[in-house]
Design a protein around this ligand. Structure first.
Ligand code: SAM
Length: 243
């Protein structure tokens, strides 16, 4: 269930938690996702309901103790995992890393929850909500990585304010990353890639840029479709430096 932003109290960042990024308090932030309603089959719905009790974290609430939750594993935040293929593959390939996957659409969430149950994983949790509502639960300087793979591109000029990666979000991600942690963005939209480069250039705590597509990054249905349409991905990797 997606948290609403009526007066946006959850976006008012608690004092002291962050050192840089603050979401505007005076207006709800624009939604970076398209609302969609797709039903699960009755069998999947029943499984989803019981599994979410165990593995879904609420976006609102007190600060999360990630150290205790994941027994000290480095934690990766995967924002907007879509169908969940990349979370499932990365969780299987890198069991020495914990993943908090965030997605608003239920079918992808149900897919990841089913994999958690099938595999008996304890290093994966899911947030079924807008990531903006989650930030206030994440202590500063704790994440080993943030993945934003193929954020909705919002290519039309009049839609671009809806892009997830805007200045205040980049600043919050820099707050949340620990020193040496990485922000990895992949996009098939050249204009979005350039906008990320420009935004990060104004953030002295992040250093890096375009890298070759890492072979280990899972090929999702979204990227496959982009490739078929002639749009190759641009990968951008930034390291959190002292600042
Ligand atoms: C274009 S899809 C890409 C999905 C996946 N990362 C992939 O590579 O296949 C972008 C996804 O980000 C999700 N998304 C966009 N804004 C979000 C937000 N603020 N919080 C959580 N998920 C979001 C959308 O629901 C959508 O599923």
């Amino acid at each position: 269930m997606v948290t609403q932003h009526p007066a946006c109290p959850q976006c008012a960042v608690p004092p002291g938690l962050y050192t840089g990024g603050v979401l505007p308090r005076d207006r709800p932030p624009p939604r970076s996702f398209q609302p969609r309603r797709r039903r699960l089959s009755p069998t999947r719905e029943a499984a989803y309901r019981s599994q979410r009790e165990h593995w879904v974290l609420a976006a609102d609430g007190s600060a999360l103790d990630l150290e205790a939750m994941f027994a000290g594993l480095p934690v990766i935040l995967d924002i907007g995992f879509g169908g969940g293929e990349s979370v499932v593959q990365m969780a299987a390939d890198q069991p020495q890393e914990a993943i908090i996957g965030v997605e608003v659409h239920t079918p992808g969430v149900a897919h990841v929850l089913a994999a958690i149950e099938d595999q008996g994983w304890t290093h994966v949790r899911v947030v079924e909500d807008d990531v903006l509502a989650l930030f206030a639960r994440l202590p500063a300087a704790t994440l080993a990585g943030v993945r934003v793979w193929f954020p909705d591109p919002w290519p039309k000029r009049r839609q671009q304010h809806r892009r997830l990666l805007r200045a205040e979000v980049i600043a919050i991600l820099a707050d949340l990353l620990r020193e040496g942690g990485t922000l990895h963005v992949a996009t098939d939209d050249g204009d979005y890639a350039r906008s990320v480069e420009a935004l990060v250039a104004a953030e002295p705590r992040l250093a890096g840029g375009v890298v070759p597509r890492p072979e280990w990054r899972p090929l999702t249905r979204y990227e496959r479709r982009a490739l078929a349409a002639g749009r190759a991905a641009v990968d951008l990797v930034y390291t959190r430096v002292r600042g």
